[in-house]
Write a protein that binds this ligand. Structure first.
Ligand code: NAD
Length: 480
């Protein structure tokens, strides 16, 4: 039985909490490890360590901090296979995805921010006839990063890297469902000589350990990615101490498919955007809006493609579709499929638990599922499922497609499929979402703003936005 410990002040330390949390391998349903649900003493310890480390760390130059970030990136890269194996074990995602997406992107997060911060103006002058202004951006102090289970190390490091490069010291909490690669990251930081206290990693439940972090008066900012309901709770708790907040939350992302698209490329990408990571990426398409003229053909072709997906043991390299992340999540997805039927929907592919033989016979697998005949205001078309369930809805005109796409409280991402790029851009401008991809999906330039509108987010991550979030602007003014 593995024991996952907190990483505080440069060392793995045991919590004095008496509450243990089991860690499951979702592909087998087995418990492989446990950790303690960190309590107020642990959080105080982490905050003290981060506060002690702050003067020296924030006193380094960007270039010096960038060396540390690059060293951490190299440390993960050197152990890429090991990180990928454990990411797949914690989440049930195919090992091929962990190797090609999760871990390389975690490496890139550190490398990108190390490089990007070098080009960012932390100090600049704005002079006029009457005044000379020196604008300076300085770190906030101790900040907290809270991340979810779907892309564990990828999203964890996406927050930690900009927080560190800007000179903050960090307390980071991974999801209680997927703590392992965050645990390994602590070891990499120690091996690579990151000064003690600069990055502290605490484990625990959201409503215990997470909330203690959010309420702590010495924590100056919270960068959170997770569900919208949690974002609301955090927002309420954090307002008492006026913390800076960045909230990346849920989505119900539309894909608008016009009949003039590059059909084969669209079809392959729709399978990817709907079912990568078993549909558990916040950016996954969950509402497919299809121009009426190609609806029947698309439905038939998509069904065939979905049936071809190789579902199986995530540790096998040929697996394309693994398990969902937890038993609770499996039940949630099944409940939505039952609701879809109750609401008058027709399941045209999938919809059932997958029974596998051998090692994964007790794992939490569910078929990739397609549903049609549901109205735009049905609960299944309104609420985030965050699993392998997508709906198909026909549309008649550009205006109709835009109206359908915007008919939700969420506004994270969207895709538009058309060979008429002008039309694509025209439609994109009218969609209420933070990221809109035309003829592609998950194509990321890390300099671009990333985040959601409406109930999907507050603030933006990525590039300059992240560097601004983790710093405070100060204007020093003298008469000209
Ligand atoms: P979640 O909200 O349950 O948990 C996310 C993190 O918040 C976990 O570390 C959890 O322990 C912590 N947490 C929970 N309650 C808390 C509280 N009261 N105070 C402080 N921390 C608390 O989300 P999840 O189930 O882990 O992740 C799935 C959700 O994340 C989906 O809604 C998905 O869309 C969203 N997500 C969004 C993005 C994005 O970029 N917008 C990316 C990935 C996932």
């Amino acid at each position: 039985m593995e024991l996952v410990e907190n990483f505080i002040n440069g060392q793995y330390v045991s919590s004095d909490s008496s509450a243990f949390i089991d860690i499951y391998e979702p592909a087998t349903g087995d418990i492989y490890g446990k950790f303690k649900d960190s309590n107020a003493n642990d959080i105080d310890h982490a905050v003290r360590s981060a506060k002690n480390a702050f003067p020296d760390w924030s006193g380094l130059s960007i270039r010096e901090r960038a060396v540390h970030l690059n060293n951490i990136a190299n440390g993960i890269e050197q152990r890429l296979d090991e990180f990928a194996e454990f990411e797949s074990r914690d989440t049930g995602k195919p090992i091929a995805l962990a190797r090609s997406l999760d871990i390389p992107r975690s490496v890139l997060n550190f490398k990108f921010f190390a490089d990007h911060a070098m080009q960012f103006e932390f100090n600049f002058n704005l002079n006029s006839e009457s005044s000379q202004n020196l604008i300076n951006r300085s770190p906030l102090g101790v900040v907290a990063c809270i991340s979810p289970w779907n892309l564990p190390l990828y999203l964890f490091t996406w927050k930690i890297a900009p927080a560190l490069i800007t000179g903050n010291t960090v307390i980071a909490k991974p999801s209680e469902l997927t703590p392992y690669t965050a645990y390994l990251l602590g070891g990499v930081c120690r091996e690579k000589g990151l000064p003690p206290g600069v990055l502290n990693i605490v484990n625990g439940r959201g409503d215990t350990c997470g909330e203690l972090l959010v309420k702590h008066e010495d924590v100056k900012a919270i960068s959170f990615t997770g569900g919208t309901a949690t974002g609301k709770l955090i927002s309420k708790s954090a307002s008492k101490t006026f913390k800076k907040l960045s909230l990346e939350m849920g989505g119900k992302n539309p894909a608008i498919i016009f009949d003039d698209c590059d059909y084969d490329s669209m079809l392959d990408n729709i399978v990817r955007s709907s079912f990568s990571n078993q549909g558990q990426i916040c950016l996954c398409s969950s509402r497919l809006l299809i121009e009426q003229t190609i609806y029947e053909k698309f439905k038939k072709d998509l069904t065939l493609k979905v049936l071809e997906l190789v579902i199986g043991d995530p540790s096998k390299i040929e697996t394309q579709f693994g398990s969902v992340c937890s038993e609770g999540h499996l039940q949630k997805v099944l409940n939505y499929i039952a609701l879809a039927k109750k609401e008058g929907g027709k399941v045209i592919a999938g919809g059932k638990i997958v029974e596998l033989e051998g090692r994964c016979s007790n794992g939490w697998f569910i078929e990739p599922t397609l549903v049609e005949d549901l109205g735009p205001s049905s609960r299944v078309n309104q609420e985030e499922i965050f699993g392998p369930v997508v709906t198909l809805q026909p549309f008649d005109s550009e205006a109709d497609a835009i109206e359908h796409a915007n008919n939700t409280d969420y506004g994270l991402s969207a895709t538009v499929w058309t060979e008429d790029i002008e039309k694509g851009k025209r439609v994109a401008k009218r969609i209420d979402a933070g990221v809109i991809w035309i003829n592609c999906w998950l194509l990321r330039d890390l300099r671009t703003p990333f985040g959601g509108m409406k109930n999907s987010g507050l603030g933006r991550e990525g590039g300059d936005d992240a560097l601004k979030f983790f710093t405070e602007a100060k204007n020093i003014c003298v008469p000209a």
